[in-house]
Design a protein around this ligand. Structure first.
Ligand SMILES: [Zn+2]
Ligand SMILES: [Zn+2]
Length: 310
Protein backbone atom coordinates (compact mmCIF):
# COMPACT_ATOMS: atom_id res chain seq x y z
CA UNK A 1 0.00 0.00 0.00
CA UNK A 2 1.20 3.53 -0.75
CA UNK A 3 2.70 5.45 2.13
CA UNK A 4 0.20 8.26 1.81
CA UNK A 5 -2.74 5.90 2.14
CA UNK A 6 -2.90 5.94 5.89
CA UNK A 7 -5.98 6.11 7.98
CA UNK A 8 -6.85 9.77 8.10
CA UNK A 9 -7.09 11.45 11.44
CA UNK A 10 -10.32 10.93 13.25
CA UNK A 11 -12.30 14.12 13.69
CA UNK A 12 -14.84 13.17 16.30
CA UNK A 13 -14.94 15.70 19.09
CA UNK A 14 -16.90 13.73 21.58
CA UNK A 15 -14.07 11.23 21.91
CA UNK A 16 -11.61 12.35 24.52
CA UNK A 17 -7.99 12.94 23.68
CA UNK A 18 -5.37 11.27 25.80
CA UNK A 19 -2.48 13.65 26.41
CA UNK A 20 -0.16 15.33 23.96
CA UNK A 21 2.19 13.74 21.45
CA UNK A 22 5.73 14.93 20.91
CA UNK A 23 6.46 12.86 17.83
CA UNK A 24 3.27 13.17 15.85
CA UNK A 25 5.02 14.07 12.61
CA UNK A 26 7.35 11.09 12.69
CA UNK A 27 4.55 8.71 13.48
CA UNK A 28 2.38 10.17 10.77
CA UNK A 29 4.92 9.03 8.23
CA UNK A 30 4.62 5.40 9.18
CA UNK A 31 2.93 3.43 6.44
CA UNK A 32 -0.18 1.53 7.35
CA UNK A 33 0.67 -1.95 8.44
CA UNK A 34 3.77 -2.66 6.46
CA UNK A 35 6.38 -0.88 8.53
CA UNK A 36 7.20 -2.99 11.58
CA UNK A 37 6.65 -1.07 14.76
CA UNK A 38 10.13 -1.09 16.26
CA UNK A 39 9.26 1.48 18.85
CA UNK A 40 6.86 -0.61 20.90
CA UNK A 41 7.17 -3.85 22.81
CA UNK A 42 4.44 -5.59 20.78
CA UNK A 43 1.61 -4.80 18.36
CA UNK A 44 -1.80 -4.06 19.84
CA UNK A 45 -5.28 -3.78 18.32
CA UNK A 46 -8.63 -2.53 19.53
CA UNK A 47 -11.04 -5.47 19.14
CA UNK A 48 -13.51 -4.44 16.41
CA UNK A 49 -16.35 -6.15 18.30
CA UNK A 50 -15.89 -5.01 21.92
CA UNK A 51 -13.25 -2.25 21.72
CA UNK A 52 -10.88 -3.78 24.29
CA UNK A 53 -7.16 -3.64 23.56
CA UNK A 54 -5.79 -7.02 22.51
CA UNK A 55 -2.60 -8.58 21.20
CA UNK A 56 -3.96 -10.61 18.25
CA UNK A 57 -6.60 -9.44 15.84
CA UNK A 58 -7.38 -12.65 13.94
CA UNK A 59 -7.81 -15.10 16.83
CA UNK A 60 -10.75 -14.95 19.29
CA UNK A 61 -10.65 -11.82 21.47
CA UNK A 62 -9.67 -12.67 25.05
CA UNK A 63 -12.44 -10.40 26.39
CA UNK A 64 -15.46 -11.04 24.12
CA UNK A 65 -14.46 -14.25 22.31
CA UNK A 66 -15.41 -12.83 18.89
CA UNK A 67 -13.10 -13.08 15.87
CA UNK A 68 -13.11 -12.01 12.18
CA UNK A 69 -15.49 -14.26 10.26
CA UNK A 70 -15.24 -12.68 6.81
CA UNK A 71 -12.60 -11.16 4.57
CA UNK A 72 -13.96 -7.72 5.38
CA UNK A 73 -13.69 -8.23 9.16
CA UNK A 74 -10.18 -9.62 8.63
CA UNK A 75 -9.16 -6.46 6.79
CA UNK A 76 -10.70 -4.25 9.50
CA UNK A 77 -8.74 -6.15 12.17
CA UNK A 78 -5.59 -5.73 10.16
CA UNK A 79 -6.07 -1.99 9.59
CA UNK A 80 -6.81 -1.20 13.23
CA UNK A 81 -3.34 -1.87 14.60
CA UNK A 82 -0.64 0.05 16.43
CA UNK A 83 1.50 -0.52 13.32
CA UNK A 84 -0.51 2.00 11.40
CA UNK A 85 -2.27 4.09 14.03
CA UNK A 86 -1.02 6.51 16.62
CA UNK A 87 -1.69 5.55 20.20
CA UNK A 88 -4.15 8.43 20.62
CA UNK A 89 -6.21 7.25 17.68
CA UNK A 90 -6.05 3.66 18.88
CA UNK A 91 -7.58 4.74 22.20
CA UNK A 92 -10.22 6.84 20.44
CA UNK A 93 -11.16 3.94 18.21
CA UNK A 94 -11.38 1.65 21.24
CA UNK A 95 -13.83 4.10 22.85
CA UNK A 96 -15.75 4.58 19.60
CA UNK A 97 -16.28 0.81 19.25
CA UNK A 98 -17.50 0.60 22.85
CA UNK A 99 -19.89 3.49 22.11
CA UNK A 100 -21.14 1.66 18.98
CA UNK A 101 -19.95 4.23 16.45
CA UNK A 102 -19.77 3.09 12.82
CA UNK A 103 -16.04 3.11 12.07
CA UNK A 104 -16.63 3.38 8.33
CA UNK A 105 -18.33 6.73 8.98
CA UNK A 106 -15.98 7.81 11.73
CA UNK A 107 -12.69 7.29 9.87
CA UNK A 108 -13.04 9.23 6.66
CA UNK A 109 -11.13 6.93 4.31
CA UNK A 110 -11.77 3.65 6.12
CA UNK A 111 -14.31 2.15 3.70
CA UNK A 112 -12.11 3.04 0.75
CA UNK A 113 -9.07 1.36 2.34
CA UNK A 114 -11.01 -1.81 3.15
CA UNK A 115 -12.50 -2.03 -0.35
CA UNK A 116 -9.13 -1.50 -1.95
CA UNK A 117 -7.50 -4.32 0.00
CA UNK A 118 -10.44 -6.65 -0.70
CA UNK A 119 -10.22 -5.84 -4.38
CA UNK A 120 -6.47 -6.46 -4.58
CA UNK A 121 -6.26 -9.45 -2.26
CA UNK A 122 -5.04 -11.78 -4.97
CA UNK A 123 -2.60 -9.30 -6.47
CA UNK A 124 -0.82 -8.42 -3.24
CA UNK A 125 1.43 -11.08 -1.70
CA UNK A 126 1.39 -9.17 1.61
CA UNK A 127 -2.28 -10.01 2.13
CA UNK A 128 -1.90 -13.77 1.52
CA UNK A 129 -1.28 -14.68 5.14
CA UNK A 130 -4.09 -12.41 6.33
CA UNK A 131 -6.69 -14.02 4.05
CA UNK A 132 -5.35 -17.52 4.71
CA UNK A 133 -5.83 -16.98 8.46
CA UNK A 134 -9.35 -15.61 8.00
CA UNK A 135 -10.21 -18.59 5.80
CA UNK A 136 -8.85 -20.97 8.43
CA UNK A 137 -11.11 -19.30 11.04
CA UNK A 138 -14.16 -19.57 8.76
CA UNK A 139 -13.42 -23.26 8.17
CA UNK A 140 -13.04 -23.93 11.88
CA UNK A 141 -15.87 -21.95 13.44
CA UNK A 142 -16.60 -24.52 16.14
CA UNK A 143 -12.98 -24.60 17.28
CA UNK A 144 -12.82 -20.79 17.36
CA UNK A 145 -16.11 -20.59 19.27
CA UNK A 146 -14.87 -22.99 21.97
CA UNK A 147 -11.52 -21.17 22.27
CA UNK A 148 -13.37 -17.82 22.49
CA UNK A 149 -15.68 -19.10 25.27
CA UNK A 150 -12.70 -20.40 27.23
CA UNK A 151 -10.91 -17.03 26.93
CA UNK A 152 -13.99 -15.10 28.07
CA UNK A 153 -14.32 -17.36 31.11
CA UNK A 154 -10.68 -16.81 32.00
CA UNK A 155 -10.75 -13.04 31.54
CA UNK A 156 -13.92 -12.52 33.65
CA UNK A 157 -12.92 -13.84 37.03
CA UNK A 158 -15.87 -14.31 39.37
CA UNK A 159 -16.28 -14.90 43.08
CA UNK A 160 -16.87 -18.58 43.89
CA UNK A 161 -19.47 -17.61 46.54
CA UNK A 162 -21.68 -15.02 44.81
CA UNK A 163 -20.70 -15.45 41.13
CA UNK A 164 -20.08 -11.72 40.58
CA UNK A 165 -16.96 -10.34 38.96
CA UNK A 166 -13.94 -9.71 41.19
CA UNK A 167 -12.44 -6.24 40.83
CA UNK A 168 -9.56 -6.25 43.32
CA UNK A 169 -6.72 -8.75 42.82
CA UNK A 170 -5.95 -9.19 46.48
CA UNK A 171 -9.16 -8.09 48.22
CA UNK A 172 -12.16 -10.04 49.50
CA UNK A 173 -15.07 -10.05 47.03
CA UNK A 174 -16.61 -6.59 47.39
CA UNK A 175 -20.15 -7.93 46.75
CA UNK A 176 -19.97 -10.57 49.47
CA UNK A 177 -18.18 -8.11 51.76
CA UNK A 178 -20.93 -5.50 51.51
CA UNK A 179 -23.53 -8.17 52.40
CA UNK A 180 -21.63 -9.25 55.51
CA UNK A 181 -20.92 -5.99 57.31
CA UNK A 182 -21.29 -6.17 61.03
CA UNK A 183 -20.37 -9.87 61.17
CA UNK A 184 -17.73 -10.39 63.84
CA UNK A 185 -15.40 -12.98 62.34
CA UNK A 186 -12.74 -11.75 59.87
CA UNK A 187 -13.90 -11.89 56.28
CA UNK A 188 -12.04 -14.51 54.22
CA UNK A 189 -9.81 -13.32 51.34
CA UNK A 190 -10.69 -14.32 47.79
CA UNK A 191 -9.54 -17.77 46.67
CA UNK A 192 -7.79 -16.72 43.48
CA UNK A 193 -4.58 -18.26 42.17
CA UNK A 194 -1.61 -15.99 41.43
CA UNK A 195 -2.42 -16.17 37.71
CA UNK A 196 -6.02 -15.13 38.39
CA UNK A 197 -4.90 -12.25 40.60
CA UNK A 198 -2.64 -11.04 37.81
CA UNK A 199 -5.50 -11.28 35.31
CA UNK A 200 -7.80 -9.23 37.61
CA UNK A 201 -5.12 -6.58 38.19
CA UNK A 202 -3.94 -6.17 34.56
CA UNK A 203 -7.54 -6.24 33.30
CA UNK A 204 -8.44 -3.48 35.77
CA UNK A 205 -5.43 -1.41 34.70
CA UNK A 206 -6.42 -1.68 31.02
CA UNK A 207 -10.11 -0.98 31.70
CA UNK A 208 -9.28 2.11 33.73
CA UNK A 209 -6.98 3.39 30.98
CA UNK A 210 -9.50 2.67 28.22
CA UNK A 211 -12.52 4.11 30.04
CA UNK A 212 -11.41 6.71 32.57
CA UNK A 213 -7.87 7.94 32.08
CA UNK A 214 -7.71 11.59 31.07
CA UNK A 215 -4.07 12.52 31.67
CA UNK A 216 -0.70 11.44 32.96
CA UNK A 217 2.71 13.01 33.68
CA UNK A 218 4.50 10.85 31.12
CA UNK A 219 2.64 9.83 27.97
CA UNK A 220 5.53 7.80 26.53
CA UNK A 221 5.81 5.77 29.74
CA UNK A 222 2.06 5.22 29.80
CA UNK A 223 1.88 4.08 26.17
CA UNK A 224 4.56 1.49 26.67
CA UNK A 225 3.00 0.40 29.97
CA UNK A 226 -0.21 -0.31 28.04
CA UNK A 227 1.60 -2.28 25.33
CA UNK A 228 3.41 -4.40 27.92
CA UNK A 229 0.21 -4.89 29.97
CA UNK A 230 -1.73 -6.05 26.89
CA UNK A 231 1.06 -8.51 26.15
CA UNK A 232 1.05 -9.78 29.77
CA UNK A 233 -2.72 -10.34 29.98
CA UNK A 234 -2.81 -12.14 26.63
CA UNK A 235 -0.10 -14.54 27.82
CA UNK A 236 -1.93 -15.07 31.12
CA UNK A 237 -5.21 -15.93 29.41
CA UNK A 238 -4.05 -17.79 26.32
CA UNK A 239 -1.11 -19.68 27.83
CA UNK A 240 -1.64 -19.51 31.59
CA UNK A 241 1.81 -17.95 31.64
CA UNK A 242 2.88 -15.58 34.42
CA UNK A 243 5.35 -12.85 33.42
CA UNK A 244 8.98 -13.74 34.14
CA UNK A 245 11.25 -11.53 36.28
CA UNK A 246 12.50 -9.49 33.29
CA UNK A 247 8.97 -8.71 32.14
CA UNK A 248 7.86 -7.84 35.69
CA UNK A 249 10.77 -5.47 36.12
CA UNK A 250 10.11 -3.87 32.71
CA UNK A 251 6.48 -3.35 33.80
CA UNK A 252 7.56 -1.82 37.13
CA UNK A 253 10.08 0.52 35.45
CA UNK A 254 7.42 1.75 33.02
CA UNK A 255 4.94 2.22 35.83
CA UNK A 256 7.45 4.28 37.85
CA UNK A 257 8.20 6.30 34.72
CA UNK A 258 4.50 6.94 34.09
CA UNK A 259 4.23 8.32 37.64
CA UNK A 260 0.60 9.39 37.61
CA UNK A 261 -2.88 8.65 36.35
CA UNK A 262 -5.60 11.30 36.40
CA UNK A 263 -9.27 10.91 35.74
CA UNK A 264 -11.94 13.55 35.11
CA UNK A 265 -14.80 11.04 34.79
CA UNK A 266 -16.01 13.09 31.85
CA UNK A 267 -16.15 16.38 33.83
CA UNK A 268 -14.19 19.62 33.62
CA UNK A 269 -11.76 19.05 36.48
CA UNK A 270 -9.69 16.07 37.58
CA UNK A 271 -11.66 14.18 40.20
CA UNK A 272 -9.06 11.65 41.16
CA UNK A 273 -5.48 10.63 40.78
CA UNK A 274 -3.16 7.75 41.45
CA UNK A 275 0.50 8.67 41.84
CA UNK A 276 3.60 6.70 42.61
CA UNK A 277 5.95 8.36 45.13
CA UNK A 278 8.98 6.58 46.60
CA UNK A 279 7.52 3.31 45.35
CA UNK A 280 4.29 3.86 47.28
CA UNK A 281 0.91 4.35 45.66
CA UNK A 282 -0.91 7.57 46.64
CA UNK A 283 -4.61 7.57 45.89
CA UNK A 284 -6.64 10.78 45.81
CA UNK A 285 -10.37 11.11 45.20
CA UNK A 286 -12.12 14.50 45.41
CA UNK A 287 -15.23 14.82 47.54
CA UNK A 288 -17.23 15.51 44.40
CA UNK A 289 -16.69 11.87 43.32
CA UNK A 290 -19.74 9.64 43.41
CA UNK A 291 -19.46 6.44 45.43
CA UNK A 292 -18.96 4.47 42.23
CA UNK A 293 -16.22 6.82 41.01
CA UNK A 294 -14.44 6.62 44.32
CA UNK A 295 -14.59 2.85 44.22
CA UNK A 296 -13.20 2.85 40.66
CA UNK A 297 -10.18 4.92 41.79
CA UNK A 298 -9.64 2.82 44.93
CA UNK A 299 -9.81 -0.48 43.03
CA UNK A 300 -7.39 0.83 40.39
CA UNK A 301 -4.92 1.98 43.07
CA UNK A 302 -5.17 -1.37 44.84
CA UNK A 303 -4.53 -3.33 41.63
CA UNK A 304 -1.56 -1.15 40.67
CA UNK A 305 -0.14 -1.65 44.13
CA UNK A 306 -0.61 -5.44 43.79
CA UNK A 307 1.26 -5.47 40.47
CA UNK A 308 4.02 -3.25 41.83
CA UNK A 309 4.81 -5.61 44.72
CA UNK A 310 4.29 -8.90 42.82
ZN1 LIG B 1 -13.46 -8.29 21.83
ZN1 LIG C 1 -18.71 -12.67 46.18
Amino acid sequence: MDKDKQIQKIQIRSIEKLGKKSDLAMRGLRALGFVKDKKHFTIIYPCQFCGRLINYALTPCIFCGNYPKSGREGVIAYLLSSNGLEFDDLMKISKAIKDKFDLELLISNFRELIDEILKNKRGQPEYKLLFRMVEDSINNKERQRVVGLEYVKRSHIVCDRCGQEITGADLPCIHCFSQQQGVEKPFPPNNLSITEKWIVATNNLLLFTENHLSNTDNVEGLEELIFVSVYIINRLIEKNELPDDNLKSLWRDLFRKTKSFYTHFGGEIAKGSIRIENDKIKIEALESCTGEEEFTIMAFGHNLSYLLKS
